[in-house]
Design a protein around this ligand. Structure first.
Ligand code: EPU
Length: 339
């Protein structure tokens, strides 16, 4: 099996071996055996955030396929929901909406596994998992111990966490979410979503409607997996949105989105910069191209290679730097290759 079979980009060569861990014991055993032998290890969840070299990886790949959801709910304190790392994230969101667990409805339609969500503090449409994660149970490969890490100690930031900062240290086993209960979703915090729902920012709407609206918005941007649609053969946003200091922000061209952050920095839109630097939707070759629905997704048109995809990523990054002096940083994890 090639890694191409395990990634949403459908790119990447073979691994040394591939282990499918369906129980936590099996997962821990596979990690311990590799660590004790000094073998390189690649832990794979849904494969939606991975760019793997065409030559593959000289590593043991462990697929996290653990399942299980434990619910502790009571009317006063809400629901504490503990989810095995291998549970598909969108199934958790769908269940949350059905059960009235508030706070992840805007994270509908995101591919990948639940265990991956705290690693890059998955976010979309005004929500981030850091707002509902209570604890993360993870295996610490350095100390060879299972640890329970409270949200405050997870180092959450924009698409960031301590798990992402030390990728060779942590294997997420379960994530526990603390949800308020109710039929209404959390206050809507994203302008485009508020417009779609016909509410103001800060107002609430039924969680079911929020989920439907988000799924529709994401589909329109090619961000809901569909094997028949090459625009979805991607790793989602290929670059993070740049956070700029005051000087850089002042130098942004007119019309560029500007979102002032609590710390005073300004977030702009990578998609906007790419689009306006001359790389419109669909830019590329018949093999690899920007999605025809969103300039920030680099896609495999079916016969692409990782090398071609990276060449396109470099071209876009260098073009944006030449036009605006801003260096875009990749969001997906690159394995065996570099930008
Ligand atoms: N835009 C363009 N051209 C395009 C697309 C967008 O100019 O082709 C401009 C528009 O001005 C638009 C702005 O970019 O208003 C922002 O676009 P969008 O609302 O789609 O959001 P984004 O900043 O591109 C981020 C996340 C997405 C998340 C959406 C919605 C990052 C890197 N990306 O995208 O997350 O779904 O917001 O919240 O933070 C992901 O991380 O993989 C991902 C898909």
């Amino acid at each position: 099996m090639d890694l191409a079979d395990l990634t949403t980009l459908r790119l990447g060569g073979p691994a040394r071996s591939i282990i499918e861990a369906t129980t936590e014991e099996h997962l821990l055993e596979a990690v311990r055996i590799a660590d004790e032998a000094g073998d390189p290890l690649l832990v794979v969840g849904g494969g939606s955030n991975l760019v793997v070299a065409d030559a593959g990886v000289d590593a043991t790949v462990v697929r996290v396929l653990t399942r299980g959801v434990r619910v502790d709910a009571d009317a006063c304190s809400g629901a504490m929901v503990t989810v095995a790392a291998g549970e598909p994230w969108d199934e958790v969101v769908a269940r949350a909406v059905t059960e009235g667990w508030v706070g992840v409805e805007a994270l509908s339609g995101i591919p990948g596994s639940t265990g991956a969500t705290p690693i890059q503090n998955v976010g979309a449409y005004g929500q981030e998992v850091s707002q509902t994660v209570a604890t993360v149970r993870a295996y610490d490969r350095f100390d060879r111990k299972i640890r329970t890490i409270h949200a405050v100690d997870c180092g959450f930031g924009y698409r960031h966490s301590r798990f992402k900062a030390e990728p060779h240290r942590w294997v997420v086993l379960t994530a526990a979410f603390q949800f308020a209960l109710g039929e209404l979703g959390a206050p809507v915090a994203y302008a485009e979503l508020a417009r779609t729902l016909g509410v103001e920012i800060g107002q609430r709407a039924p969680a079911k409607e929020v989920r439907e609206a988000v799924l529709a918005l994401r589909r329109g941007k090619g961000m809901v997996l569909d094997p028949a649609d090459h625009d979805t053969w991607s790793a989602g946003s290929f670059f993070t949105n740049p956070l700029l200091g005051p000087e850089q922000a002042a130098a942004l061209p007119e019309g560029a989105p500007r979102f002032t952050q609590p710390d005073g920095s300004v977030k702009t839109s990578a998609a906007w910069l790419i689009d306006h630097a001359g790389f419109g939707k669909g830019y590329g070759t018949p093999s690899v191209a920007l999605s025809t629905k969103h300039a920030l997704a680099l896609t495999n048109r079916g016969n692409g290679t990782t090398e071609q995809l990276l060449a396109l990523a470099r071209e876009v990054r260098d073009g944006v730097r030449a036009a605006y002096g801003i260096t875009l940083v990749n969001e997906p994890v690159l394995v065996g290759c570099a930008l």
